[in-house]
Design a protein around this ligand. Structure first.
Ligand code: HPA
Ligand code: ZN
Length: 347
């Protein structure tokens, strides 16, 4: 591990903002800001049950994951045309670039759209075009297609079939939506097929669900990263497994706060994962709904939990190590990280 010289605490927020980072857990539909929801509703003649941006924002008071998902799926109903998907992703990339995100892997939920009669090609082509154009903002971007776990495995197979003509535009497969009662093993066969097809695999597990869901995501689905995973601290053997196999966790502190997984940010267990040698990362999940993009997640979590410059280095370098890119890109990312840290250590 690279040793980080003392960073004065007053300079830490600036370092957190300026350090290059990868975002590995962002649902692109969760980046739809209320203003864009209203603009797209108007553009597409879609009626939404809120009279203003303020009224919609007021509804963002969640008690658990499901209370959020209900409003999140309603918000996505304004996405109809390829340009809508492009505009949504481009708005995210602009925010991400301002936060010095240099690599982003975007989750998208095709079933939320195909169920409303929007074509798979509309969704993927719009998002992919935005990923290509993100290069001009200094971001290497790619797409991870998620299956909705409250739906059946058969529906996941149908979704995979519809996406196969666009497989070169997708790097991985994920699993999201309501966790409890929908364990990873429900999707064993479709993940096995995705593995055969050569996709990277990830799954949400241990957000609200028990550590057993993290075990089966690893051992049955054979995922390479766990999205969230914060419930893993309840199982010491699982913590050892995550550390031993360098399984990255894509942790989302402000999401956990807003969905009442922790009572406050000071109680968040991110530090326990880092202390256990687990490759935790910081991510925004659904930034338009949870009150912050990447740098908000970093600065607020560090302020609340007292993490230091060494932790900052670890989190950023973990994000590069865990990303689905080639070794040369990872080296370039680490060099960029080293340069920014050097500028803080020497001045
Ligand atoms: N968990 C599960 N499904 C989701 C989430 C999440 O945090 N965000 C969007 N879909
Ligand atoms: Zn998520």
């Amino acid at each position: 591990m690279t040793a980080v010289k003392n960073i004065p605490p007053e300079r830490l927020p600036d370092l957190l903002r300026r350090m290059p980072k990868a975002e590995l857990h962002i649902h692109i539909e969760g980046s739809l800001e209320p203003e864009l929801i209203f603009a797209l509703a108007k553009r597409n003649d879609v009626v939404i049950p809120y009279s203003s941006v303020e009224e919609l924002r007021k509804a963002y008071a969640f008690t658990n994951l499901q209370s959020f998902l209900d409003i999140y799926y309603a918000g996505a109903s304004v996405l109809i045309k390829e340009q809508d998907f492009y505009d949504m992703a481009q708005a995210y990339f602009k925010k991400a670039a301002a936060d010095n995100v240099i690599h982003a892997e975007l989750f998208f939920d095709p079933q939320t759209h195909t169920a409303r009669g929007v074509g798979m090609e509309t969704v993927i082509n719009g998002l992919h075009r935005a990923c290509v154009d993100a290069k001009t903002l200094g971001i290497n971007a790619s797409l991870i297609m998620c299956f909705l776990r409250h739906l059946s495995e058969e529906e996941a197979f149908e979704t995979l079939e519809q996406a196969l003509p666009y497989r070169d535009k997708i790097i991985g497969i994920g699993l999201d939506s309501g966790e409890v009662g929908n364990p990873p093993e429900k999707f064993a066969r479709v993940f096995a097929r995705c593995r055969e097809l050569g996709f990277h695999l990830v799954a949400h597990a241990g957000e609200e669900g028990p550590p057993t869901y993290v075990w089966t995501a690893l051992d049955v689905l054979k995922v390479e990263r766990i999205d969230h995973g914060v419930q893993s601290v309840k199982d010491p053997a699982l913590m050892q497994r995550l550390a031993r196999d360098r399984i990255a966790l894509t942790v989302c502190p402000l999401s956990n706060l807003k969905l009442c997984v922790f009572p406050d940010l000071a109680s968040h267990n991110l530090r326990q994962f880092l202390d256990a040698g687990i490759a935790a990362t910081v991510n925004s999940d659904d930034p338009a709904y949870f009150g912050g993009y990447m740098n908000d997640n970093f600065t607020q979590t560090f302020a609340a939990t007292g993490l230091n410059g060494q932790h900052a280095w670890q989190l950023a370098s973990n994000s590069f190590e865990a990303s689905f890119t080639d070794a040369a890109s990872k080296r370039r990312y680490l060099d960029a990280l080293t340069a920014v840290f050097a500028s803080f250590e020497n001045n």
